[in-house]
Design a binder for this molecule. Structure first.
Ligand code: PLP
Length: 396
């Protein structure tokens, strides 16, 4: 065992009994290299982070430029910092009314926390609604929105007053009422294995929020920024959120999250009391510079179109009697296996064979296929062939 691996096991707090444990020396494009310079094709992009691939030259250039100017200078919201302002202006080109304002934070979970606080203060209401199979982060507020008891119970008591409704069931939306501050939804639930909402369900959800005055919060933390083939996944449905949550891919490989809403709504955080949400590093200038680099790549390399093209290739290639279904949209896909619980075992075999894949938080029946959107077609094809070989070997 390499010394680094030994120190990792000794000194870093574990999050699972058996971490994947790949020791990374460097990463470029769609590849991760280990200490022996073995190359792995990355089919998960750091869990939906690297839409532009690892260490894209445009992102590195943007970082170098910003590093020469300044790093952290002040907590979020007090100083005018060029990368933050430019990023906000650029992101808002992709939103519609009423969303015209951005609050930058550090992570997805912090974006969820901020949206919960914002909704409570704006509406004066105590309750939230979330959907079974949804995931919005691991901090106490965000975890409170997670329906599955197994994950919530050991950390109870969490926040009270949250209703967990079945996803895609219109009838259940009656639970949303005048006491609901906000409803949190992923229009494609990532962690159940890329399960899309039905368009009729989302329409009924928007109508019910309008009828009751509940705010509709769309979590685009995993689905946003081109991953599903459109800048935001809710655009596939013509849905109009009140609040959008973003993170993961946003920082181009650096930590960054954002809550996007109307200026009118955000104003309440600045008064009675002021400083309704405080973050030291939210909107860090380096993260924002990297994000601007990432958006440049997204536009220049037409990453949305690339996601749609490559989804086709994946669907055409991954045909096998052991594959029940390829679910999801764009390059947020789940390869659903007929053999229950087989995904962790197959993912480890793929890793041996030089392909990095993974399963899902709520499903060990499916392999995650969410590579960088600009993965070259040849490289993708090679990874898919390896996947098929591993599945074939398992079937024998
Ligand atoms: N929301 C969704 C849909 C996610 O997939 C995640 C993370 O996987 C989060 C929120 C939380 O983001 P973070 O890990 O940055 O806190």
């Amino acid at each position: 065992m390499h010394r680094l691996e030994k120190l990792f096991l000794e000194h870093l707090a574990p999050t699972s009994p058996e971490p994947l444990g790949l020791t990374v020396s460097r990463a470029r494009g769609a590849y991760i290299f280990d200490l022996k310079n073995k190359r792995y094709i990355d089919l998960i992009a750091g869990i939906s982070v690297g839409v532009a691939g690892h260490s894209h030259p445009r992102i590195l250039r943007a970082l170098r430029k910003q590093m020469k100017r300044h790093l952290h200078v002040m907590v979020y919201g007090e100083f005018v910092q060029r990368p933050q302002v430019k990023l906000a202006e650029r992101l808002l080109r992709y939103t519609e009314a009423p969303i015209d304002c951005v609050y930058f934070v550090n992570s997805g979970a912090e974006a969820t926390e901020l949206a919960m606080k914002l909704a409570k203060k704006a509406t004066g209401r105590p309750h939230f609604v979330a959907f079974r199979g949804g995931y919005h982060g691991s901090t106490q507020g965000a975890l409170s929105l997670m329906a599955e008891e197994k994950w919530r119970f050991p950390f109870s008591p969490l926040l009270p007053g949250i209703a967990y409704l079945p996803f895609n069931e219109i009838e259940a939306l009656k639970t949303i009422d005048q006491s609901t501050a906000a409803v949190f939804v992923e229009v494609i639930q990532a962690e159940t294995g890329a399960s899309p909402a039905r368009p009729e369900f989302l329409k009924a959800l928007r109508d019910r929020c309008d009828a009751t005055g509940a705010l509709l919060v769309v979590d685009e933390i995993q689905t946003g920024l081109g991953r599903t083939g459109k800048f935001w996944s809710h655009s596939w449905y013509g849905l109009r959120p009140d609040i959008i949550l973003s993170a993961k891919a946003l920082g181009g490989g650096l930590p960054l999250g954002a809550v996007l809403a109307s200026r009118h709504l955000f104003k309440i955080l600045a008064n009675h009391p002021p400083l309704g949400h405080i973050t030291t590093f939210g909107g860090n200038p380096l993260s924002c510079a990297a994000a601007l680099g990432m958006l440049e790549v997204l536009e220049k390399e037409n990453l949305c179109a690339q996601a749609i093209e490559k989804e086709k290739i994946i669907r055409e290639t991954l045909v096998h009697p052991q594959v029940a279904e390829v679910r999801g949209r764009g390059l947020l896909l789940a390869l659903v296996l007929r053999q229950k619980g087989a995904a962790p075992r197959l993912a480890r075999q793929c890793l041996e064979a030089g392909v990095m894949t993974d399963w899902f938080l709520f499903s060990e029946d499916a392999l995650r296929i969410a590579p960088p959107l600009n993965i070259p077609e040849k490289v993708l094809q090679k990874a898919l062939n390896i996947l098929l070989k591993v599945i074939e070997k398992e079937a024998k």
